[in-house]
Design a protein around this ligand. Structure first.
Ligand code: XMP
Length: 325
């Protein structure tokens, strides 16, 4: 029978055999796949592993700090933290089209990845958190005709941008390639990843940038990050985080009139988007208790400067998508 212990042992043995004393680069994302991968790789090859974390500036409140802290302090795995926040923001200036946003973020990610891997490298291998379902429909990798090894032509970063530059084609190590998502979660849990990472809701690669409708600015990021924090804080407090496939906030660029104290306000609305789903392909809007909506709405309007109205999205998928962009 399959056990996490047996898997971890076997994976480590295999990795040592394959990689030997060569250098490996790994891009952490904060999700369960790359976090489990990092732990395994580090157990197998220690200092020959370089974990890189590119902070685009679109993650949720406290997430980047917590991730780096977890790896460095709890796992004793050093992380090369790359603060690329300003770069991504500058590239998005004036951009409002959703597809253009995704493209720009994806290209900038490859750009930063290339620069940083040149700076920290050279590396012999790229470790990727490819899972079994990805292997089956593996359009993002080629096989080297000489060695028969899988070679990355694209970085698995959820950005779905075109290929890597030719001189940046890495040989791959993919120790999770035989696992399904629920098995990765089991392995992750068994090595001590916090539940916060193991059962994190899906989070898009471009992050909060595609939950800010219209132009992304640092002020709007601040607003959405704080509103999103309230949503997560409340559903965590009430112990219902795992009742949803995703539960998040979206910031709209329009403004509406409100009143606070004896002051007229003219500020942004926030949309709450809570859905249930099996796989993200279809989804149903969640019938949440009115009391929960009330608490979240009150907290957001009171705690988040720049928001004076909260609305709830009652559109299923189809015809709506889960994300607004
Ligand atoms: P939609 O909005 O298409 O989302 O109903 C379906 C699922 O995919 C996630 N999603 C993304 N994930 N990069 C990602 O890694 C993206 O650009 C992206 N867009 C949507 C979304 O959060 C949902 O779980």
């Amino acid at each position: 029978t399959w056990t996490t212990e047996a898997f971890v042992e076997e994976a480590i043995r295999e990795l040592r055999g394959k990689v030997g004393d060569k250098r490996v680069l790994l891009a952490l994302s904060g999700g369960v796949d790359s976090s489990t991968l990092a732990f395994l790789m580090h157990r197998a090859i220690g200092d020959n592993l370089t974990c890189m974390f590119i902070d685009q500036g679109f993650m949720r409140k406290y997430e980047p700090e917590r991730l780096v802290k977890l790896f460095e302090e709890q796992f004793h795995i050093p992380v090369q933290y790359v603060n690329a926040r300003e770069r991504f923001l500058a590239k998005l200036e004036g951009i409002t089209d959703p597809e253009e946003k995704r493209k720009i973020i994806g290209h900038e990610f490859i750009q930063v990845f290339e620069e940083e891997s040149n700076r920290l490298g050279p590396f012999d291998y790229l470790a990727q958190g490819t899972l079994y379902p990805d292997v089956i429909e593996s359009a993002d990798t080629n096989v080297d005709p000489q060695t028969g090894e899988r070679v990355a032509v694209k970085i698995k970063s959820h950005h779905n941008v075109g290929g890597l530059p030719k001189d940046l084609r890495f040989k791959l190590v993919e120790p999770l390639r035989k696992l399904f998502k629920d098995e990765v979660r089991k392995v992750g849990r068994s090595i001590g990843l916090p539940e916060e990472i193991v059962r994190r809701h899906p989070f898009p690669g471009p992050g909060l940038a595609i939950r800010i409708i219209g132009e992304v600015t640092s002020e709007r990021l601040r607003i959405l990050r704080d509103a999103d924090f309230v949503v997560r804080d409340e559903i965590n407090k009430q112990g219902i985080y795992h009742d949803f496939w995703q539960a998040f906030a979206v910031l709209l660029p329009v403004r509406s009139v409100g009143v606070m104290g004896d002051q007229r306000t003219y500020a942004h609305p926030v949309v709450l988007r809570f859905v249930s789903s099996e796989d993200g392909m279809t989804a149903d809007w969640s019938r949440v208790p009115y009391d929960l909506l009330e608490t979240i709405s009150n907290r957001i309007v009171n705690e988040v400067k720049g928001v004076n109205r909260v609305v709830y999205d009652i559109t299923s998928k189809p015809p709506g998508t889960i994300e607004w962009e």
